[in-house]
Ligand binder design. Structure first.
Ligand code: GN1
Ligand code: MG
Length: 363
């Protein structure tokens, strides 16, 4: 029996399996749209194979995702929002379990499918504002979620100084003989170390709080209504855990305000577009007002710098370690990604004062 039939049966999904298509999105898990025929009507689900190299404890991510989605659903209902089903995803159960383990030891889960929706990797102003609003609304709903109830699904996920340390360790070790090719990049990373510890330092000094954050606010981690362009469910909730609000804003900007793709090889195309920054901020920051401190809002531009440096360092570390973490499409993909993100980080550092000026409007 094929794996999809097997899962449909395990979860007791009604109807007959009509089609499966792979959704090519994300660098970590494998996602599939599964269409069922239920008495002549189509019904769809999202099946996902969880990457166990990245998520060592699938039970913990399920507990986190359940707690967070239940909280968000309650908030949406309390606010009298229409269409709650499409604004928060749901995990399906079989017996008492949410995870299905195959004989071969693979971990699968089944989630609700968001109809008439898509994710995007290219953005105009309206879409940027919409994406910003979707994430900002999500954070505003999490502002009273008790962080202590969540597992740290990937320890030190956005501990930027630690990411730098890991890079230098991998650089020293040079297990794949790739270090000499990125000596210049390593030198720049060394010089940028002073930026990396900003949030840890502010936190230690009691100036910023730890919040519950999404931690992976790429523009394609939110479903958008195909007809209206409105933001629907925030997806990819496996890294929702305690973190700094500025990192969520920063990561969203890093991805969606880049004039090029995340893995652009032609660095002359890479830059941080301030109009796009503003469009994202227009959506993202208003719903946070009153729930997050002015000091957090003021520090949003720093989130762009830290998140861009951090992902650059993560891609390059993976390159040095033989491409074991991120899915890659070709041999030097992580190197190209890393260089692109470093170029973007340099531009973000130069534009810090300009981003700060724009951000003042949201205080
Ligand atoms: C991964 O799964 P995806 O593609 O949404 C990664 C993020 C990175 C991102 C870079 C669990 O996210 O941290 O920012 O790639 N997720 C994990 O594109 O490591
Ligand atoms: Mg993700």
């Amino acid at each position: 029996m094929d794996i999809f039939e097997e899962i449909c049966r395990a979860y007791g999904l009604k109807g007959t399996l009509k089609g499966v298509s792979r959704i090519k999105r994300g660098h970590i898990n494998e996602s599939f749209r599964v269409d069922m025929d239920v008495d002549g009507k189509e019904r769809s689900y999202l099946f996902q194979r969880v990457n166990e190299y990245v998520f060592k404890n699938p039970e913990q991510i399920i507990k986190n995702v359940r707690a967070v989605t239940e909280h968000v659903r309650r908030k949406l209902e309390e606010a009298g929002e229409a269409d709650v089903k499409r604004k928060v995803i749901r995990l399906y159960k079989h017996g008492d379990d949410y995870i299905y383990v195959t004989d071969g030891g693979d971990y699968w889960r089944v989630m609700s499918f968001v109809y008439n929706a898509a994710t995007y990797d290219e953005y105009d102003t309206k879409l940027l504002k919409s994406i910003g609003f979707g994430f900002g609304r999500f954070l505003s709903m999490l502002s009273d979620f008790p962080g202590g109830d969540l597992y740290e699904t990937i320890p030190d996920f956005h501990n930027t100084p630690k990411r730098f340390e890991s890079f230098f360790k991998a650089f020293e070790k040079d297990a794949f003989g790739r270090a000499s090719g990125i000596a210049e990049e390593a030198e720049f990373i060394r010089s940028a170390e002073t930026y990396a510890s900003r949030f840890n330092d502010l936190y230690s000094a009691g100036k910023i709080p730890l919040r519950v954050t999404h931690n992976d606010t790429k523009g394609n981690n939110i479903m958008i209504d195909i007809s209206t362009g409105e933001p629907l469910a925030v997806i990819d909730l496996d890294t929702v855990m305690p973190g700094f609000a500025m990192n969520d804003f920063g990561d969203a900007v890093r991805y969606a305000a880049n004039t090029a793709a995340e893995d652009e090889a032609d660095l002359s195309k890479v830059s941080l577009d301030l109009d796009r920054y503003k469009a994202l901020a227009d959506g993202f920051l208003p719903p946070m007002k009153g729930r997050y401190t002015d000091y957090e809002i003021k520090n949003m531009p720093w989130g762009v710098v830290l998140m861009t440096l951090e992902i650059a360092v993560r891609f390059l570390t993976d390159y040095l370690e033989g491409d074991v973490y991120f899915k890659t499409d070709y041999e030097e993909h992580n190197l190209v990604r890393g260089r692109c993100q470093l170029a973007l980080a340099k531009d973000a550092i130069e534009k810090l004062p300009l981003m700060e000026k724009i951000t003042e409007n949201y205080l």
